[in-house]
Design a protein around this ligand. Structure first.
Ligand code: CDP
Ligand code: MG
Length: 714
């Protein structure tokens, strides 16, 4: 086999002409190249080619920030030459924000246009050009979806699975599929890439021969020592503690930027505001002003708009006066900054020890994001962020005892803590028959698989033999949870697929309701004015419709406490879902344009939603003063954000939020009779255990049977 000569690649990069498009290199290219040459990965180019060129599958392990994600795919392009054979090199990322920001960076590094030679693909956003893009960054979920349409992934010549240590659900499934695929496609190359990894487990897993190991290249990063500090006691209010830590560092430590790990958007925005306020307060005091440098505090989380994401790479602020105390940059991030994104210049890390993690309880069929203590492995990664450029310090806001005795050593893979509804549908579409013996790297709990099969059976995606039905095949076309796909497909029967499409798009976009900390009353009032009796789904629809009606008024969304950006995103999602509906001949109807038929429209919309959400229903229990979820009888309360009035007996909900009080969020009223007409198989009362829920359903059933059958939608 031809071994690519690293020397030739270096010569090409140092020559004046771009190997991939024959154009002269720009000045910016040369400047970035100098930086690239400092990366640990760059030094090991020859060793990489030596391994890549002689094996079909290999592992590459290297410290965060050593240049894996940006450099390795470029190296691969020199050897694989996808541009000459009309193929694509793919590099998967668990996070959208990593896929987009790295693609942008690599397009700059390669001196090409983003979206042309180098592109990215994430759910609802394809930034590639057919017949031109040969290097594609994409989320692992997108590659999995592509595999459903093209099981041999025939467009790809090399697939790089990056950040494998994150063990996302999609990456785990991809690993199993690719393991099968490499046996069928001798020309396909696979690179498993990661920051920290139990390498041997993966070396064995991918080996096609018993007892053999696939090759591994391990590149130590150039990191500096990081001194770790603990608090004496556990902190009850970790956000407050983190803010205090930042202020202390800023006042007493030598220059260097700070990275703070918090758990989610709201918490992060809140902390940024408070830090900025505290600093301004300090600076406003004359005796302090001369000793405290300027500080800029920037948030970083996945739904942050791209321009704002980009600001994290800006330089820290300059001193206020010549020779005055130096400025400092503080970045308050989710665990995106743990390994996916590297920010240069970080010297201090503040780690409260928590992140939001998915947990799934198959008993009550609830998947939730919960603030959970991180693992030791995560804590080590976080600390490592402080030693990128020079020796750093990591402040863990918990006692050392907690680290050694209480934190788990690794975060369990996502497949062990997720609802597998979508995954099982995807696997069914991929023709995987036996879900239990499928070659997972870590097998999911049988109970979780059962729950997924049960859901898909009730939705009609699988038949009694658990094979994919025609409905299931169409459902699998949608990059949505199966419930949403089902109700979109059913919605034309209710004459309101246009409206339902809007609601699904809104539920798939980030939250459109804004509730700024100091304007909560005003925001609630604005939302109340938009609310529609019957529930939050209709209110969402109304907000969107009003936004479209007032599209010429650039202030409208802002005045109504709606996020224009998220509404625009919903618009984009809507357009894409509409295309999938059209491709599958699902008519887009709006049969109730007349205000006089509005009540009928609202009823039909809720019925249509029920065809997907019939398992997410709860019944008001007078004694318990709570809603009880159907089948599982879990007591829940309406989320405070809900505008649903009058405590209707039966409600359907979009989401179960597990906090100290379990809540249901985005809730609409439904009639019990609808449950029987729209989901007769699930609500077959005779099979239900005795109890108030069954009694209530039985009463409803009697009423339904007295009424004439529902006439077809007008
Ligand atoms: O994947 P890995 O963590 O090994 O590193 P990387 O993402 O390839 O990043 C290597 C270097 O590229 C970083 O240290 C940054 O200096 C730079 N980089 C950047 O400047 N802007 C980006 N959007 C991504 C990387
Ligand atoms: Mg990386």
């Amino acid at each position: 086999m031809n071994v690519t000569d690293a020397q030739d690649v270096r010569l090409s990069l140092d020559g004046g002409i771009n190997y991939f498009n024959g154009r002269p290199y720009s000045e910016r290219f040369k400047k970035i190249l100098a930086k690239r040459k400092e990366l640990a990965v760059y030094d090991r180019m020859a060793a990489f080619f030596e391994m890549y060129d002689r094996t079909q599958v290999c592992l590459y392990v290297g410290e965060t920030g050593s240049g894996k994600t940006t450099q390795i795919p470029q190296f691969v392009c020199y050897s694989d030459q996808p541009h000459l054979k009309g193929m694509i090199v793919a590099c998967t990322q668990p996070r959208r924000i990593a896929a987009t920001s790295v693609a942008k960076r690599v397009a700059e590094e390669m001196d090409v246009t983003l979206g042309k030679e180098v592109g990215y693909s994430i759910r609802f956003e394809d930034m590639t050009t057919p017949d031109c893009t040969f290097l594609k960054y994409m989320t692992d979920g997108m590659l999995l979806r592509e595999a459903m349409a093209d099981p041999t992934l025939s467009r790809y010549s090399t697939i790089i699975l990056d950040e494998v240590h994150e063990r996302t659900l999609a990456t785990d499934i991809l690993m199993a599929l690719l393991k099968q695929l490499i046996k069928k496609r001798a020309d396909l190359r696979l690179i498993i890439m990661s920051a920290t990894l139990d390498a041997r487990k993966f070396q064995t897993y991918f080996s096609l021969e018993e007892g053999a190991l696939v090759p591994l290249l391990k590149v130590p990063g150039r990191t500096h020592p990081v001194e770790v500090f603990y608090t004496e006691e556990a902190q009850e209010h970790y956000v407050e503690a983190a803010i205090r830590a930042v202020l202390t560092i800023h006042r007493f430590e030598i220059p260097g930027d700070i990275l703070v790990f918090l758990t989610g958007e709201e918490e992060i925005e809140d902390a940024c505001k408070k830090i900025q306020q505290e600093i301004e307060f300090l600076i406003s005091h004359k005796e302090m002003a001369s000793s405290i440098g300027p500080l800029i505090c920037l948030p970083l989380y996945s739904s942050l708009p791209p321009q704002q994401q980009q600001r994290i790479f800006d330089a820290p602020p300059a001193p206020r006066t010549h020779g005055g105390p130096p400025g400092r940059k503080v970045i308050v991030a989710t665990n995106i900054a743990e390994t996916s994104l590297t920010i240069d210049g970080i010297v201090y890390v503040v780690d409260p020890g928590f992140s939001k993690q998915k947990v799934y309880n198959p008993r009550i069929r609830v998947e939730s994001l919960i603030v959970t203590p991180i693992s030791q492995a995560s804590a080590r990664q976080r600390a490592g962020r402080a030693g990128r450029t020079r020796p750093g310090k990591c402040f863990r806001l918990y006692p050392e005892q907690v680290f050694t005795k209480e934190l788990e050593s690794q975060t369990p893979p996502e497949i062990l803590r997720s609802n597998l509804g979508s995954t099982v549908l995807e696997l069914a579409k991929l023709g995987i028959k036996d879900l239990v013996t499928f070659d997972y790297i870590d097998s999911p709990a049988p109970e979780t698989l059962m729950r997924a099969l049960e859901l898909l059976y009730h939705l009609g995606a699988l038949d009694t033999k658990f094979t994919l039905t025609p409905l299931g095949t169409v459902m699998a076309q949608f990059p949505l949870d199966p419930q949403y796909a089902k109700l979109l497909i059913e919605s034309p029967k209710f004459g309101c697929s246009r409206e339902v499409l809007t609601i699904v798009a809104l539920l798939s976009a980030p939250n459109v309701w804004m509730r700024p900390i100091h304007k909560q009353r005003e925001a609630d009032q604005a939302k109340w004015l938009l609310s529609i009796p019957g529930g939050d789904h209709l209110t969402l629809l109304n907000a969107y419709n009003q936004y479209r009606l007032n599209i010429r008024d650039p202030q409208w969304a802002w005045k109504n406490y709606l996020s224009k950006r998220n509404l625009a995103q919903a618009d984009n999602i809507r357009a894409q879902l509409q295309r999938i509906m059209e491709r599958n001949d699902i008519p887009i109807l709006s049969n109730f344009p007349d205000p006089k038929t509005e009540a009928q429209l609202h009823e039909n919309i809720r019925k249509a939603l029920l065809t997907g959400f019939f398992m997410q229903v709860a019944h008001w229990d007078i004694e318990k003063r709570a809603y009880l979820t159907v089948k599982d009888g879990q007591a829940v309360q309406l989320h405070p954000s809900s505008d649903l009035e009058g405590k209707p007996d039966w409600v359907m909900f979009n989401e179960f939020v597990l906090t100290t009080t379990p809540y249901i969020r985005t809730v609409s009223a439904v009639e019990p009779g609808w449950l029987l007409t729209e989901a007769p198989r699930f609500y077959d009362v005779s099979s239900w255990p005795e109890g108030t829920m069954r009694d209530a359903l039985q009463r409803a059933s009697k009423r339904v049977n007295r009424k004439p059958k529902r006439s077809a939608a007008t």
